[in-house]
Design a protein around this ligand. Structure first.
Ligand code: AMP
Ligand code: MG
Length: 491
């Protein structure tokens, strides 16, 4: 049954194109030879009122590959700049992304962007392409994060082509259609402030406020309010990343959404054997973007945004006050999320110590982050006999027993009901996350033109909190071969 619109007939606007021409370059995607469908997300299609089944038609595949554009599309690539690994990098921009336009949805506007659609004026040394491997990773992780309830850009589909793309080895090209209310980044603001262009800076800030933060317009200093709101959202996003063990890998200011969403998936990873110093990006030799550093880097990035907005905010104390919201917002969100992960219904003295002791235990035993929290719900508050599956997560069983008895006492103090707590905990502690090895298996099959595993993995990750007995193996620890997997910036 056809319930949605075909992609070529999507009612597209292009609000971003209403900005002055200095903000972007209009251009067409570069055609990709003989594209084929790799994967589609039904929920992402539904979000923009698309008929997902019709995406399998050649006309749709041609649009997803950039060989044709929707009737109402006005394609463009945007300019931005940014700090990469803490160093000012100057102009960057959409080096391989092309915005087709935006579509109105029940949840507000959604921009449609093709990533890997060819050279743009901002490609610098790059080839404008993306490889199948990184495209599948971005696709799966976007949809997995959405299912985890974490603010993120979405991914509608991936198409591939046999066209070779040179990375460490020759790989093949692919395009992801990704979606977000906007792809404006911290670096979009840094671009104009570092060029000393206050007019453009104001145009951009006013555009973002009017379109995405209209409630801030009435504030005495709307630009300070914008910084405060973005700071708060970013702090909360970092808390959410930490709570599921997500590591972005490249938290450069050009990869930070002005809406506080997760964008620009690259060498990301999910924490497995817990190590707060874990670095998921093989190219990040200093570990700037390690798991444990993410919260402070989020703050650093907000400072870079604050610096960029300063000419508009005009008063240093107002900018400082906005940035000072980061720590309390992060701490409050972490507290809420950790309490839920532990199944604690109330807040009590000593909770912070209980949580700190838990992280020490995880760190010392390198327990699997996802499995630990998922199995923790099996612990019985009124029965000191340990849950063996849970206990097996720890090399030092005695250390676990000691922590477990503190935890049990804490649960008893609030008369916690084992059955109700398990339901509540399983609704916030995912069973299924995108482990690197799962992505790798799906990628290798797709590289051999078998796309079934990408679809199956997607369907597992779309229900991360559900017990899926038929998919039990997707919750397993990484096999030995996966310890050699390295994910770098190469994409
Ligand atoms: P990233 O950190 O991966 O989000 O990318 C940093 C910058 O490099 C952005 O401006 C990208 O558009 C650009 N870029 C990355 N890969 C390519 C590529 N293959 N071709 C052109 N530009 C690229
Ligand atoms: Mg980027």
């Amino acid at each position: 049954m056809n319930t949605g619109t075909a992609i070529n007939k999507l009612p597209l606007d292009n609000s971003f194109a209403s900005l002055p021409p200095s903000f972007y370059t209009r251009l067409m995607p570069t055609p990709l030879p003989a594209p084929y469908m790799v994967a589609v997300s039904g929920p992402a299609a539904a979000l923009i009122g698309l008929d997902a089944a019709a995406l399998a038609e050649q006309q749709a595949i041609d649009i997803l590959a950039g060989n044709a554009i929707p009737e109402q599309a006005k394609p463009l690539s945007a300019v931005y700049s940014g700090h990469q690994f803490g160093v000012w990098a100057g102009q960057l921009g959409d080096g391989r992304a092309i915005l087709l336009g935006d579509v109105a949805t029940q949840r507000g506007p959604m921009e449609l962007q093709l990533k890997g659609a060819g050279l743009t004026p901002y490609s610098r040394m790059g080839d404008g392409r993306a490889v199948l491997r990184s495209s599948i990773r971005e696709f799966l992780c976007s949809e997995a994060m959405a299912a985890l309830g974490i603010p993120t850009s979405r991914a509608l589909a991936v198409v591939g082509s046999d066209q070779g793309v040179m990375r460490e080895t020759v790989e093949t090209a692919a395009v992801v259609l990704r979606m977000a209310p906007t792809f404006i980044r911290f670096g979009s603001f840094e671009h104009w402030s570092t060029r000393d262009k206050p007019e453009e800076l104001k145009i951009l800030a006013d555009y973002v406020i009017d379109r995405y933060y209209p409630a801030l317009r009435v504030e005495e200093n709307p630009y300070a309010a914008l910084l405060a709101e973005v700071t708060r959202r970013t702090a909360e996003l970092m808390a959410q990343w930490q709570s599921v063990g997500f590591m972005h890998g490249v938290m450069n200011t050009d990869n930070m959404s002005i809406l506080g969403e997760t964008i620009d998936y690259g060498p990301f990873g999910f924490m497995e054997a817990f190590d707060s110093g874990h670095i998921c990006n093989h190219s990040d030799q200093q570990g700037r973007y390690s798991y444990g550093n993410q919260p402070q880097i989020g703050h650093w990035n907000c400072y870079a945004l604050g610096q960029a907005l300063l000419p508009l905010i005009n008063e240093i104390p107002a900018a400082q006050a906005a940035l000072d919201q980061y720590q309390p917002a992060f701490a409050a969100k972490v507290d809420t999320l950790l309490r839920a992960k532990l199944g604690l219904a109330t807040a009590r003295d000593g909770d912070r110590e209980l949580m700190d002791a838990m992280f020490t235990l995880l760190q010392e035993n390198h327990a699997d982050f996802t499995q630990f929290f998922r199995t923790l719900s099996n612990l019985k508050a009124y029965d000191d006999a340990p849950d063996e599956d849970l206990r097996d997560e720890f090399i030092n069983r005695e250390a676990f027993d000691a922590w477990a008895s503190l935890y049990r006492a804490r649960l008893r103090a609030e008369n916690s009901d084992d059955a109700a707590r398990k339901v509540a905990m399983d609704a916030v502690n995912p069973k299924y996350v995108l482990r690197n090895y799962l992505a790798q298996i799906a990628i290798e099959k797709a590289q051999n033109k078998d796309f079934t595993e990408v679809a199956r993995l997607l369907s597992v990750l779309q229900r991360p909190f559900d017990e899926q007995p038929e998919n039990e193996k997707y919750a397993a620890l990484p096999p030995d071969w996966a310890s050699h997997l390295e994910v770098s910036c190469s994409s």
